[in-house]
Ligand binder design. Structure first.
Ligand code: ACO
Length: 410
């Protein structure tokens, strides 16, 4: 066993193949060449960290440069991924060292006030100041038991196609809808390739991915990405429709696409594993219980620069409050901050007066996308109300009219 700490180094472009093999091994997959190549295009070696024990790679962490949708705005956010430590070197502080170094680098670059990630296991990241900012519903339904209201005359028309052939349409609709939904990340060409790559080895026996497009009065205003998987038993067909994303800017498009997805001939089951907590489908079908929704975590947010992050988002109602923050990894954030904000603007500066609320920085991450209330955090004991009445003012300001959600795992 090594006794001196292993050095952390910035990766080089040529480390990518080794990192790919290493991470696939840790996640119990085989490296899939086509997916690996799309990941090479998004890899930013100067933002990736590696730890070696001699010549052997034993730890990694990386960040991607992307914009994240937040309440009323969007912000550059370090999209953290590719985190792993070899089983031979686990639980001796390598991840802790990687997270400290990464957060320090993000903080010092002063470009990104927050970091965001999907956690392989929810208990890993709170100790580094990440808070559960967006949840999701995993829907697994029995389509025999699900009916939608009958189509209206103006419901438009649907077309099927290969997703790659319609990338410009998908990108246009996605960007339009993204502006109103906290939690969605910007997708440039490289990221669209990453989202749409579809190697046969990763389909689990299902078909290739397809897109259904909705055409409304002004052209394409919605799409759904899905695939199907054949299944039969002695009683007949019971195939599965597996939905990746449904993105629409019109209610007619949303209804029409889901009507098709829930009624494809020979299918009897539907799955949609990244539904929003406020997914309209739950209020559209006649038997929502049969969607079998399960609430799980999606995005974890780490506020890296408290004043910049709190000033970047918008607030649903006016707020003027002093928050006392503690941050053991980035002590620059520790202190009292005066937040003044509303639907159009916000500012956050060091405060001199007494604090209204007090919490650890992980609570700020949890509240950042508007999906949690300060009162819920106060009920856990993780956030304290220092001035009576502060929670009642903070709750409506901090929450947002659309729940944060996330469609793609990066
Ligand atoms: C954003 C992403 O990329 S998510 C993907 C994360 N990667 C994976 O899940 C791949 C498989 N797992 C791993 O590679 C490793 O187990 C890691 C990276 C999760 C943890 O690495 P380690 O170097 O073992 O973590 P480290 O020793 O720094 O642990 C710090 C603390 O977190 C705890 N911890 C770390 N991982 C876990 C875990 N999976 N479950 C529970 N506790 C954990 C440790 O027990 C330790 O607690 P302590 O300070 O109270 O003793």
């Amino acid at each position: 066993m090594t006794t001196t700490p292993l050095p952390i180094e910035t990766a080089r472009a040529e480390d990518f193949d080794e990192m790919g093999r290493f991470l696939n091994f840790l996640f119990h997959h085989s490296l899939e060449p086509e997916a690996h190549e799309t990941e090479r295009a998004i890899f930013e070696p100067e933002r990736a960290l590696v730890v070696r024990d001699g010549a052997e790679l034993v730890g990694t962490a990386a960040a991607f440069t992307r914009e994240l949708g937040i309440p009323g705005s969007a912000v550059p956010a370090a999209h953290v991924s590719m985190v792993g430590v070899a089983p031979t070197h686990r639980r001796r502080g390598l991840l802790t060292a990687l997270m400290r170094r990464q957060l320090r680098e993000i903080h010092e670059a002063r470009r990104e006030p927050v970091a965001v990630l999907w956690a392989s296991e929810g208990r890993i990241y709170p100790r580094f100041g990440y808070g559960l900012a967006a949840q999701r519903l995993q829907i697994t339904g029995d389509t025999n038991e699900l009916r939608l209201p009958p189509p209206t005359a103006d419901e438009g028309r649907l077309r099927l196609d290969r997703p790659a052939a319609r990338r410009a349409d998908l990108a246009r609709v996605y960007d339009q809808v993204r502006a109103g939904r906290p939690g969605w990340s910007a997708r440039d060409d490289r990221w669209w390739r990453y989202v749409l790559v579809d190697p046969e080895a990763q389909r689990g026996g299902a078909t290739e991915r397809r897109v259904v497009l909705h055409e409304g009065p002004d052209g394409i205003d919605g799409y759904g990405l899905f695939r199907t998987k054949a299944d039969w038993d002695g009683a007949g067909p019971k195939s599965l429709t597996s939905v990746d994303e449904v993105v629409t800017s019109s209610a007619a498009g949303y209804r029409a696409i889901w009507r098709m997805l829930l009624s494809i001939d020979l299918t009897r089951q539907v799955s949609f594993l990244r539904a929003a907590v406020d997914e309209p489908l739950l209020r559209l079908v006649d038997e929502p219980r049969r969607l079998g929704p399960r609430l799980v975590d999606a995005l974890w947010v780490r506020v890296v620069d408290v004043p910049a992050a709190l000033a970047a988002r918008r607030y649903a109602t006016d707020i003027d409050m002093v928050v006392e923050v503690t941050d053991s990894l980035l002590p620059e954030n520790t202190g009292r901050w005066r937040l003044q904000g509303g639907p159009k603007t916000a500012s956050c500066v060091p405060a001199t007066g007494p604090a209204d609320l007090a919490c650890d920085v992980s609570c700020l991450g949890e509240l950042f996308l508007g999906g949690a209330t300060p009162t819920a955090l106060a009920d856990t004991g993780r956030l304290r109300e220092l001035r009576p009445g502060a929670l009642a003012t903070a709750d409506p300001a901090v929450t947002w009219h659309r729940a944060p959600s996330a469609l793609e795992i990066f």
